[in-house]
Ligand binder design. Structure first.
Ligand code: MG
Length: 396
């Protein structure tokens, strides 16, 4: 970016939780940022309002029909090009005059546009952790070869990035990801089998979209984040630890060889890591509520129970196996979470579906995006198969 010029931004996933918070940050700094394009799924109502406010040159939505409805919704004199599908998202992500692509689509759908943004030498601010889980090695290798940066929006990785600055990476003993533990931290295993989607969607600390909120309740989110950290910071899995911290104030930590631990703290508000990714390495003024130590009381920590939350151990296993296994884990999880949200399966069926899908997979090494997408499609089909109506199980 040339000095004095506004940074030109594309947001993929502009109507989701991260997208709305990104726009909240941008609204505070019109002198620094300009929105060139917005990608959304099917939320036409919100996207139409965003088009009125931000006047993007291009937008993209999920499919042709949604594009047509959007076009009919907008006032006749609106000047915006409406695209759709993966091709549409890729077109936004690779626009020639764009500086930064905020990758905030949910799930595997964000992988191809994110990868193409990196290939087109865009700086990428990444909230779409699934893309990193599926193809972290390809994304980071491509970014390194093009000399552009991929910056984390996930609060834990934003914390680690901040805790690494000014230190030598050879001195890292390990990084410690904090996990809130989600809404079911205190439940007994028998109680976990009965929880509903409604209960799982009530996260104690963070306001987020449905997919990541369910992932937080199963602790799959922390497993995906451990894999994400591996690629973001080029660390072996043995150097990535996890600790439960129910207050979500310490967003993660880095421990160095001498036992010194650097932590990053703040309110659980996504605008903080979003602003850091946009302004990196600077800190922007934003309107997040301030952290008051006087009102905070105590910060507590406890070990994580991987037996009670098997999704986490499945993710760590997939990371150890490597190759296409994390993509398979991710795809099976997306299918299972969707089914749980639709009340087709129970909460503890989520890890079972993932485990069964992973057990059938013969992992391949990841050399191209094609290999990853093939594994993703394979796993979705297998996981869907496990959703089929099954006979009543005794005691489950
Ligand atoms: Mg996170």
């Amino acid at each position: 970016m040339t000095k004095g010029k506004r940074k030109r931004i594309v947001i993929l996933g502009s109507t989701g939780s991260i997208g709305l918070n990104t726009l909240r940050v941008l609204r505070l700094h019109p002198d620094k940022y300009q929105v060139l394009a917005l990608g959304a799924g099917k939320n036409i109502e919100v996207l139409a309002r965003e088009i009125q406010e931000w006047k993007p040159r291009k937008v993209a939505v999920q499919d042709k029909q949604t594009a047509r409805i959007l076009s009919d919704t907008l006032p006749k004199d609106t000047s915006v090009e409406i695209l759709h599908g993966t091709g549409g998202y890729v077109e936004l992500a690779t626009m020639s005059n764009v500086d930064t692509v905020v990758s905030a689509m949910s799930g595997a759908a964000g992988l191809v546009p994110t990868y193409e943004a990196v290939r087109a030498r865009k700086q990428v601010a990444l909230a779409n952790k699934e893309a990193m889980v599926m193809a972290g090695q390809l994304i980071m290798a491509e970014a390194a070869s093009k000399g552009n940066s991929v910056l984390p929006i996930d609060s834990e990785h934003s914390a680690i990035l901040q805790c690494l600055r000014g230190h030598n990476r050879e001195d890292i003993k390990r990084v410690i990801l904090t996990a809130s533990g989600g809404p079911f931290l205190g439940l007994r295993p028998a109680e976990l089998t009965k929880v509903t989607a409604q209960q799982a969607l009530k996260h104690p600390n963070w306001q987020m979209g449905p997919k990541v909120t369910i992932d937080s309740a199963t602790l799959m989110n922390k497993g995906l984040e451990a894999i994400e950290a591996k690629w973001f910071f080029d660390l072996p899995m043995e150097k990535i630890g996890i600790v439960i911290h129910p207050q979500s104030i310490v967003h993660s930590m880095v421990e160095y060889k001498d036992g010194s631990i650097i932590a990053q703290l703040g309110m659980p508000d996504m605008t903080i890591p979003i602003a850091y990714a946009l302004a990196y390495p600077r800190h922007l003024e934003i309107d997040a509520p301030a952290l008051s130590f006087g009102e905070l009381g105590s910060l507590t920590f406890e070990p994580v129970d991987t037996e009670k939350f098997p999704c986490l151990s499945l993710a760590l296993t997939a990371a150890r196996v490597g190759g296409t296994m994390p993509a398979v884990l991710n795809a099976a999880n997306e299918v299972a979470v969707q089914a749980f949200l639709q009340e087709r399966i129970g909460f503890m069926d989520i890890p079972e579906i993932i485990r069964n899908t992973m057990a059938m997979h013969e992992p391949e090494s990841v050399k191209t995006l094609g290999t990853v997408l093939k594994a993703d499609a394979w796993a979705r089909e297998k996981a869907e198969g496990f959703l089929a109506p099954k006979p009543q199980k005794a005691g489950a």
